[in-house]
Design a protein around this ligand. Structure first.
Ligand code: FHN
Length: 683
């Protein structure tokens, strides 16, 4: 029953009991990404650029964040100030950004070391910054009366920058877009979402056939429930059909969550788009770009003076490049089209740093370390089998001695980028490399050491200990791997640290709960830290249900839920039997919950992996055990869990709630001799 298990789970997540465990999302380490997929050559110019300018500009800019007695708004002002559509349309005659200087903007981006500009061709307000033949809600209906994007596209070409379009799927103005804003009394009768998609495609045709080659289609506003991955895939293909070499970001669809980084649920589009955040680990096998504001808002706000410093922004740029990503840094022009002075100053300061140190960012690869407590590391491979490492040292040591743990390569040369040659380096006790530059080499924004080493990077990295799951029934095969070349991996099964004389094998078979310790050696020399993992032999949960076949019993709840745990005391407003996870049993599109109960027939004894993707929260119990805890309000995210089941029929309970925004629910299962399939439809 859900309630006792939820109460137990509410107390403390049931993670590793005798039968089940919710798999913790293990960070993809350097080793785990050893088999990184080959990069798509279409993205080469973008990856090499590493740095671009985002521009949020639209009708909202004319208000500069102020409406009524609040001056805290920005590009969302139509919604955050609840401005009715007819009233918002009165802004058209106010839009005349005569100070929008496309040439100056392109030059500022170029001088800052950026390689592309991405501007909001149409944000959520629906207003087109370009001359659109399929709507009058565009720049041609304003006193400005010029195609602003055409001028910017030309200026980008003149500066050798790629022109890119941001385009919002969500549209608060078009009569066929659904859903309406829940605060707005604008009837939805007659609205046809398919007709809106056709409109959107026509505008995209205009944007992709009238302005020359476009580098990126940066979709956004994909999170509301009328948009889905089927539409996203179709739109991706449509855009690529118009410009085959264009890059499309992850927000063309919803899989992968808002930012596309949720690896379990996959990603549509060509690269992931973390926003205002930098991932906390190196990501080598998935293209990604962090977009970020200079202050606190995307669109211009006259009182938002909370600008990051040039030092902060340069360090973010290095951190992002060192982790394998791109940095899309935003400017929000004022209502008159001019770029705020502080933004101009920051771009100039960053540009001064990039003119001397840009080689440590542009055209580089993420460094070979999984962690760089001293800063950020990028690299490039040179001829004659030399690797050039760029060490971005965030806190320059007073004595100029930079300590680099884990780097095993022979050092050939070293220099301060934009400064002195360095002739002194040695191995400290414990093997850390210490490079002795002069204390005076520090740069006020960020100091970069260039270290040339012989051969491919060789970094002391824990070997990977891999198996299908952290639990097993009967026996489990465990394999060992390392990204370090020319090593042999030795292991112990008693919790002690391996020695060069410990056993070594590619795969071993376990038949009882075991803690495995593994370490890489070259000859008798250890060249990695020790890796440890415990695999638990589990007792299969005996079957305790009578098959309901494809029937699923559901209960429907209404309320502003923030957790499935709130369902423990909730009273359903409807209940019945349905087939599969039937979300049509809901009575509305927000603030609702559903609880499904069905059965799963395990074909054999074994460990079964359940995956639950949801927007918002969800929780899956099998045989009364919490297997997947995907609770709390969040965008679409998939979580997985495993449980040991005996052959036979087991009951599952899946609780789900939607708070606001878009909603989605998906549950799959895979197991011994059973490929991944939907939990409920039995196909
Ligand atoms: O709602 C938008 C927001 O206004 C802005 O455009 C950002 C930039 O990536 N994207 C959405 C919020 O995730």
């Amino acid at each position: 029953m859900l309630i006792p298990a939820l109460l137990a789970a509410a107390a403390s997540l049931v993670v590793g009991d005798a039968h089940s465990t919710t798999e913790q999302a293990r960070p993809e380490t350097h080793a785990a990404q050893a088999g990184s997929r080959e990069p798509d050559p279409r993205l080469a110019w973008w990856s090499n650029a590493r740095f671009g300018m985002f521009i949020h500009f639209g009708l909202y800019s004319t208000l500069e964040g102020k409406w009524g007695d609040s001056d805290r708004h920005a590009e969302w002002i139509r919604t955050t100030a609840k401005i009715p559509r007819e009233q918002y349309q009165q802004l058209l005659p106010r839009f005349n950004p005569v100070k929008f200087d496309a040439k100056a903007i392109a030059r500022a981006a170029k001088d800052a070391g950026m390689g592309y500009i991405c501007i909001t061709s149409k944000h959520h307000e629906g207003f087109a910054l370009f001359d659109s033949k399929v709507t009058d809600w565009d720049v041609m209906s304003t006193p400005y009366g010029k195609d602003l994007l055409k001028d910017l596209a030309q200026a980008c070409r003149d500066e050798g920058l790629r022109m890119c379009w941001y385009y919002s799927i969500m549209d608060w103005h078009h009569p066929d877009y659904l859903p309406r804003r829940d605060w707005e009394s604008w009837p939805a009768e007659g609205a046809d979402f398919d007709r809106y998609v056709a409109f959107m495609k026509e505008q995209l045709r205009e944007l992709l056939t009238g302005y020359g080659p476009i580098g990126i289609l940066w979709f956004d506003g994909q999170w509301e429930h009328n948009w889905n991955d089927r539409r996203g895939r179709e739109l991706y293909d449509y855009v690529r059909g118009l410009q085959p070499d264009i890059i499309v970001n992850s927000r063309v669809g919803r899989a992968g969550g808002d930012y596309g980084l949720d690896r379990a649920s996959g990603m549509l589009g060509d690269y992931a788009t973390p926003e205002q955040v930098i991932p906390d680990m190196v990501i080598r096998d998935l293209p990604w770009e962090t977009c970020m504001t200079m202050n606190d808002r995307w669109g211009y706000n006259a009182v938002d003076d909370n600008f990051k410093s040039a030092k902060e922004l340069v360090r973010k740029l290095a951190d992002i490049a060192g982790k394998g990503g791109n940095f899309l840094l935003n400017v929000g022009p004022k209502g008159d089209g001019s770029i705020p002075d502080r933004s101009v100053e920051l771009l100039a300061e960053i540009g001064a740093w990039m003119r001397v140190r840009g080689e440590s960012i542009r055209g580089t690869l993420p460094g070979p370390f999984d962690a760089t407590p001293w800063g950020a590391c990028t690299m490039r491979r040179l001829e004659n089998d030399v690797t050039q490492l760029y060490l971005h040292v965030f806190e320059w040591p007073e004595d100029g001695a930079v300590r680099v743990p884990g780097l095993l390569n022979e050092v050939i040369a070293a220099r301060v980028l934009g400064g002195e040659e360095v002739s002194s380096w040695e191995r400290a006790d414990g093997g850390d490399l210490v490079i002795r530059a002069s204390p005076g080499s520090a740069d006020p924004l960020l100091t970069v050491l260039v270290v040339d080493v012989a051969g491919e990077p060789d970094v002391s990295t824990p070997p990977v200990i891999a198996a299908d799951a952290p639990i097993f029934v009967g026996a489990a095969d465990v394999s060992f791997a390392s990204t370090q070349s020319g090593v042999s991996i030795h292991y112990t099964l008693d919790g002690t640290d391996p020695a060069a004389t410990s056993p070594s094998a590619a795969t071993i078979r376990l038949e009882s709960t075991t803690t495995i310790s593994a370490r890489s050696f070259r000859g008798d020399r250890p060249v990695s830290p020790v890796a440890r993992r415990t695999f638990v032999e589990s007792t299969p949960l005996p079957p305790r249900a009578i098959s309901h076949g494809l029937d699923v019993r559901y209960e429907y709840f209404e309320g502003e839920f923030k957790s499935v745990r709130e369902l423990v005391d909730a009273v359903p407003v409807a209940k019945g039997v349905c087939t599969g996870l039937d979300l049509s049993r809901r009575g509305r599109d927000l603030n609702f919950a559903l609880r499904f109960r069905g059965t799963f027939d395990a074909p054999v004894d074994g460990v079964y992996r359940f995956s639950v993707g949801s927007d918002d929260g969800s929780m899956l119990l099998v045989g009364g055990h919490v297997v997947v805890d995907n609770d709390k309000p969040h965008s679409y995210v998939e979580r997985r869990g495993v449980i040991a089941l005996a052959k036979g029929v087991h009951e599952f309970e899946l609780a789900f709630f939607e708070n606001s925004g878009g909603f989605a629910l998906k549950a799959d299962v895979e197991g011994p001799g059973m490929a991944r399939r939907p939990l409920c439809d039995g196909k």
